[in-house]
Design a protein around this ligand. Structure first.
Ligand code: HEC
Length: 512
């Protein structure tokens, strides 16, 4: 591991760039047109429309959706939107209020604002939380930056935020400016998770007596939650849930497993999605796939047996900024896909976009990049109560955007008459597609490992089959309509070849 002072010194200029939410006026700006924009995406040719819900935000960080406020005219409902400079904006009845409802920079010993989130019982108690960088004079009397992350609880009453109270101050005081981002999320078990970034410190993320580079698990009053992995361990802080984190930019809960997935920034490479486990060490800065800003590998090894490898990583970095599973029904082909927002790819301004990552039971299958053409820094992706996806752009003229489906391209035609199936009289055990491994699991008439081709054909003749979806099952594998076992993936088969196979199988339904 390299020495801390060298990194800190070298990174002080980068620190300004990293605090880009505040400094972005100096970066190139790519104005966003009026929209809407329409796209045909990969999945079952899903066509989508991206449209502007409101403009006029200034470097928004996140949005908290107020329950029970959605209407036909305002399907997102009302929202509190935090801006990095310390202001909170109210989006109500489909309109963004011009004036912020509070300016925390005037009230708190303030440096930067991050999230605004609602208490799980917000509907009855109106409690909201903020995390921010709290400044203080340096204890050694020298002039300059000195700050930590703090958590504030308050109440949202009608149009005002009142009763501010700081309930947690992290043991993360540092003179380093940069690497300071933080996110909050309430989990289904009602614990409050708070991420603390690395602060350009190469030691603290691995030390359990510091909150730097950690994921913390707290109660709603800021005290450590019961059952944390280092509770009672001498010298370890009881709030810590996992460590060795660089810049955590978001959490999301997997819709099926309930596991918490986290996204974090690497330096020039090595942005990561991690599955968080109690007490686990995610390796920063001892192991990393990333390079430092001078091009040197960050760590001498990318992986160690006793540290958690990322589930996903990006080289070069895309400057991840948030993540969310899509669990709605309005864009069916995207259900349970992971969405990761990106600010800058490969350190080239104007390359922000949204990534859609598809998984099956084995792991990742594909990543699609969306909206590259708009060149916006995307800070946040999340789902609305209407089952649609929403984005915030981190720009001087920050925008709230909505993604909805507008249809699919025409479904593939049914098999043409005369599509070769199995010749009459052909032996029932004869396999189709001899050049592939299909015969290992499929026969024409008899169920073996997988369903018989005849069974597949009969199943689909009941309704107009989605040939593309079945074809994709051949390519991607996984289980679906036929139960117990899973189909193996065939990544070498093209979509056209797979469609032709499906037509051949479906033709068996009509020769009955
Ligand atoms: C290792 C076993 C295995 C192999 C090899 C295999 N399959 Fe399958 N296949 C299955 C199983 C099991 C299912 C049922 C999955 C389910 O529950 O939908 C299946 C389902 C299917 C389906 C129905 C898909 C759907 O939409 O539900 C098609 C079509 C199919 N296979 C075609 C093929 C073709 C073509 C090949 C060769 C390229 C192939 N299979 C190779 C095991 C296999």
């Amino acid at each position: 591991m390299r020495s801390a002072p060298r990194f800190v010194q070298r990174s002080s200029a980068i620190g300004l760039l990293l605090a880009a939410g505040v400094q972005a006026q100096q970066l190139p700006v790519y104005p966003l047109g009026e929209g809407p924009w329409e796209y045909t995406t990969y999945e079952q040719n899903t066509r989508i429309r991206l449209s502007v819900v409101t403009r006029g935000l200034f470097h928004p960080w996140t949005m908290a959706l107020l329950p029970g406020t959605a209407t036909a005219a305002n399907p997102l409902g009302d929202a509190l939107i935090s801006e990095r400079r310390g202001t909170v904006r109210l989006f109500r009845d489909g309109t963004l209020r011009e004036e912020p409802i509070i300016d925390l920079s005037q009230i708190l010993p303030f440096d930067q604002l991050f999230d605004v989130v609602l208490h799980p019982d917000f509907a009855t108690n109106h409690i909201v939380y903020f995390n921010y960088m709290r400044k203080a004079p340096r204890p050694d009397g020298t002039n300059g930056y000195y700050a930590t992350t703090a958590l504030v609880r308050a109440r949202f009453e009608g149009e005002r935020i009142v009763d501010l109270k700081e309930i947690f101050e992290a043991r993360a005081w540092s003179k380093n400016f940069g690497g300071a981002t933080s996110r909050i999320m309430f989990m289904p078990d009602r614990t409050l998770w708070l991420s603390l970034s690395h602060r350009l410190d190469l030691e603290a993320p691995q030390r359990l007596d510091s909150h730097i580079g950690k994921i913390l698990r707290l109660n709603d009053d800021g005290s450590p939650a019961a059952g944390n992995p280092f509770a009672g361990v001498a010298g370890a802080l009881p709030e810590i849930y996992s460590y060795g984190i660089r810049s955590a930019m978001g959490f999301t809960v997997h819709p099926h497993t309930g596991a918490v997935w986290e996204v974090e920034n690497g330096p020039q490479g090595g942005d990561e999605v991690n599955v968080l486990r109690a007490g686990a060490n995610y390796g920063w800065p001892v192991v990393s796939y990333g390079r430092d800003y001078d091009g040197k590998p960050m760590a001498s090894v990318p992986w160690r047996q006793d540290m958690e490898p990322p589930l996903l990583s990006w080289i070069p970095s895309i400057t991840v900024s948030s993540l969310s599973f899509y669990t709605g029904d309005r864009i069916p082909a995207w259900k349970n896909n992971l969405f990761v927002s990106a600010m800058i790819a490969g350190r080239i301004p104007g390359t922000g976009h949204l990534q859609r990552v598809v998984f099956n039971d084995n792991g990742e299958q594909r990543r699609e990049q969306l909206f590259n053409d708009l060149q916006q820094r995307i800070r946040y992706v999340g789902q609305g109560p209407d089952g649609l996806l929403y984005l915030l752009t981190d720009e001087n003229d920050g925008v709230l955007l909505r993604i909805e489906q507008i249809g699919t391209t025409a479904p593939a035609p049914l098999p043409a008459a005369g599509t070769p199936a199995v010749a009459p009289g052909q032996a029932v055990s004869t396999a189709l597609f001899p050049q592939h491994d299909c015969a290992a699991c499929h026969e024409v008439e008899r169920r073996t490992v997988g369903p018989s081709y005849r069974e597949i054909a009969r199943h689909y003749t009941a309704a107009r089959p989605d040939i593309d979806a079945i074809a994709r099952r051949i390519i991607d594998g996984g289980s679906g309509n036929f139960g117990e076992a899973a189909m193996t993936a065939h990544s070498g088969i093209s979509i056209d070849a797979a469609r032709a196979m499906v037509r051949q199988i479906l033709a068996l339904g009509s020769t009955d």
